[in-house]
Design a protein around this ligand. Structure first.
Ligand code: GLU
Length: 376
């Protein structure tokens, strides 16, 4: 497929998963890793800025300890990640070093991204590394991250990072060519979806892992990551990590894979942070009219469009905005706390001012400037 990006592509984030990097017994697949490094060095030499998000710490740790499978207790899992991360970085440093490239390791947790101050620190460090001409290699800080502070998977982590540093292109390397209408391994009539302008329910259903038709469990997290990336103005590509020249081909705009087109060219830093702030304090459910106003007309959220509110939160909290089907359509900072939203939901502005009396401040519950909507 040929694609015209229509703007300069400069900052490229590449995500590689454990299955691409390791053999089934957990040891590192050296050939693949070298091939990946060569691909990255090549585009870096051409002048692209390259950021690598690499999994494989747990896998490599299991391999290094000659264990048959992943341990089950948390301290053991974290210890295995600590061992594997060193192996991973040792090899990256060696391979990149062969081509005179310097690497820097950044390990992040969700809090580093969700907390505005810390995410600014992470961003500045990443930008400084790029200025040094170094290649940042990022992973989740598995050794300290427990469920509550975890991003959880590196597809999301890569999308958050791409958003954080104003990336132009995110390439998610997979073990298949991209998103198929049906799993090509089990259904012969599965067709590769080349270009996705909007992540609709139909697109999500392709990745749905339902029945026997879709076995690649990882596709759903990739679609979700694509939603975050495209909402932040990043082109997202899913392609086959086994393809030798994939990275160079993608930056050239001539490749086999699935591309997700961003729906915003530029997005305000605060709005990006809303997407990064992966721990909303509550949820506001809206009706169809409000959904159209938000998604199609770029409007603010009014009380009349709210049907329900979940969770206890103060004014100025980040909340998730969902439709009647429970689908997240965006995130925003509310002007009112959950108790007041409960009182004014479904009400017209006039009634709302009466109900809130001297607590009334604004007509909108979430102003457009404080809202980020997802590409759907
Ligand atoms: N951070 C994990 C690791 O390095 C991988 C997470 C993922 O596969 O998405 O093993």
């Amino acid at each position: 497929m040929k694609i015209d990006y229509g703007r300069e592509i400069k900052r490229v984030i590449v995500k590689v998963g454990t299955s691409t990097l390791t053999h089934e017994n957990g040891t590192i697949n050296i050939e693949r890793m070298e091939q990946l490094v060569r691909g990255l060095v090549d585009i870096s030499n051409k002048g692209y800025e390259v950021i690598l998000v690499s999994s494989g710490a747990v896998g490599a740790g299991v391999g290094k300890l000659h264990k048959k499978k992943k341990p089950t207790t948390l301290p053991e899992k974290q210890a295995v990640a600590a061992i594997g991360q060193v192996t991973l970085m040792h090899l990256y440093e060696k391979f990149f070093g062969e081509y005179n490239k310097v690497v820097g390791q950044i390990l992040l947790t969700r809090d580093d991204l969700a907390n505005r101050k810390r995410n600014l620190n992470a961003k500045n460090t990443l930008l400084a590394l790029l200025q040094f001409g170094a290649i940042p290699i990022i992973n989740e800080n598995d050794t300290v991250a427990v469920d509550e502070i975890k991003v959880g998977d590196n597809d999301h982590l890569a999308a958050y990072v791409a958003s954080l540093i104003d990336g132009d292109l995110l390439i998610i390397l997979s073990d298949i060519d991209g998103l198929y209408t049906k799993n090509p391994a089990t259904c012969k009539d599965g067709v590769l979806v080349e270009k996705v302008e909007k992540i609709t329910a139909e697109i999500e259903a392709y990745a749905g892992c339902e029945g026997s038709c879709f076995g690649t469990g990882g596709m759903m997290t990739k679609i979700k990551a694509a939603k975050i990336g495209t909402a932040a103005g990043v082109f997202v590509v899913i392609g086959n990590g086994n393809e030798k020249n994939l990275i160079a081909d993608v930056v050239k705009g001539d490749f086999r894979g699935t591309i997700f087109i961003p729906h915003n060219k530029k997005i305000h830093t605060k709005k990006k942070w809303l997407l990064l702030s992966s721990k909303p304090k509550g949820t506001i459910i809206i009706d169809e009219g409000a959904q159209d106003a938000l998604l199609k007309e770029g409007k603010s959220l009014l009380a009349i469009g709210i049907t329900a509110v979940e969770g206890n939160f103060e004014a100025d909290a980040v909340v998730s905005i969902k439709n009647a089907l429970g689908k997240e359509i965006g995130r925003g900072i509310t002007y009112y706390n959950s108790v007041n939203i409960e009182k004014i939901k479904g009400k017209k502005t006039k009634e709302m001012t009466k109900i809130l009396d001297d607590e009334y401040e604004f007509d909108t519950v979430i102003h457009r400037d404080n809202m980020s909507v997802l590409n759907m």
